[in-house]
Ligand binder design. Structure first.
Ligand code: XIL
Length: 381
């Protein structure tokens, strides 16, 4: 599956055709929305109709035809629910651990690693022929308290950090295709966030983290990930300068993760341009944690706007050759982190509380389908 997923053969001409494809996608979305809404409440998900060797109709099937992966964040505690498992395994061809690979879970005390839950997720992915997006090696949040409380000397903290990376990326060597090596390193003005790592080690912690991850798993693709990375802003300018510095130093960085935690109706117009400028540096781009939250209650009009937003993001990714995939943060609205973190907001994912497909699901799938249609015709010319 991997080689198929990444065998992008797009030429300039194809890119041009893709541009036309996306306006077709917009028409398809509008049509689908009209049909979907006229048909009343969405159907409960029926699972994957295709499979290997078939031209299936799942989200993953259409994403693959567009040479993209489509992922979901997995909450391990939900894997015992057959509906959750069925949708997660059939509609998506990539998974990210929503929490279980974070430092507080995986190294709760120094040198003591708990790989159990992460292993369970990797096992789930392998059984379902899915990619694994590793999240996350170095982050100031959900960090084990001992790291900040111990008041390590800079030299010791550097060792603590690189040991953590060596153990975790080494444990999952060959099983995780991409890692968020450093998460949320930036302030909104584009300067470096004052985390414990930044305070004690300065900017060099980032280069060291990537070098340690590369040494532990030379085949994994290594990402720097942050939120508010969609449009061209002071923050993304800061990221642009940072990754340029890293590349100039020969740091083994492969890509930029754009989290994509969006509010309704606010996909930046210049998202494609922003993704493209990172791609132009030779980097891969992934939308790593997409969700579009809204003030509750959700209404028909809001769900239609949300479908347009998912369409816009998918279209922006499809128009950038090096944007290789999109992960949605949470399987259904009942699983989403949004209600717990943003008061009064929710309904941010592709499935409603009862795992019925929302307009956003259909919009995203139709957009991938349009991208795949042009791919296929482009290859045949
Ligand atoms: C969130 C999870 O979804 C929640 O379950 C958890 O309580 C907090 O973290 N940026 C990230 C993710 O990189 O790890 C966060 O995930 C959401 C914001």
């Amino acid at each position: 599956m991997q080689s198929y997923l990444f065998s992008t053969t797009a030429t300039t001409a194809l890119t041009h055709r893709r541009r036309r494809a996306t306006s077709l996608a917009a028409a398809a979305v509008t049509a689908l929305l009209a049909v979907g809404l006229a048909a009343g409440p969405a159907q409960a998900d029926g699972g994957r109709h295709g499979g290997h060797g078939h031209r299936g109709t799942t989200l993953a099937d259409f994403a693959e035809r567009s040479d993209r992966f489509v992922g979901t964040a997995i909450d391990n505690d939900r894997l015992s629910d057959p509906t959750y498992r069925r949708i997660a395994s059939s509609q998506f061809n990539s998974v990210t651990a929503e929490n279980v690979m974070k430092w507080e879970t995986i190294e709760p005390s120094r040198g003591e690693f708990d790989f159990g839950p992460g292993d369970r997720l990797v096992d789930f992915a392998q059984r379902n022929d899915q990619l694994v997006y590793g999240h996350v090696l170095v982050w100031h949040s959900q960090l084990a308290p001992w790291v900040t409380e111990s008041d390590f000397s800079p030299q010791e903290l550097r060792t603590v950090m690189t040991d953590h990376i060596t153990e975790v990326a080494g444990h999952y060597r060959g099983q995780v295709q991409r890692w968020d090596v450093v998460n949320e390193p930036l302030n909104e003005d584009g300067t470096l966030r004052e985390t414990v790592f930044q305070q004690k080690l300065g900017e060099s912690y980032i280069a060291d983290a990537f070098r340690a991850a590369h040494a532990a798993d030379p085949d994994a693709e290594l990402f720097i990930n942050d939120y508010n990375m969609e449009g061209i802003t002071a923050k993304t300018d800061g990221m642009y300068r940072l990754v340029k510095r890293l590349l100039a130093q020969g740091v083994p960085i492969d890509g930029v993760g754009v989290q994509g935690h969006l509010t309704l109706g606010n996909v930046p117009e210049d998202m494609r341009q922003n993704l493209q400028r990172f791609a132009d540096l030779g980097l891969e781009v992934v939308i790593t944690e997409l969700d579009v939250r809204m003030e509750l209650p959700a209404t028909g009009a809001k769900l239609v706007q949300q479908a347009k937003d998912y369409h816009q993001v998918t279209k922006a990714c499809l128009r950038v050759k090096r944007c290789t995939g999109i992960t949605v943060w949470g399987l259904g609205d009942a699983d989403s982190w949004v209600p717990g973190w943003f008061e009064g907001e929710g309904a941010a994912t592709l499935y409603d509380e009862d795992y019925r497909r929302k307009p956003a699901y259909h919009a995203m799938r139709a957009t991938f389908a349009a991208g795949g249609w042009w791919n296929w015709h482009g290859w045949r010319r």
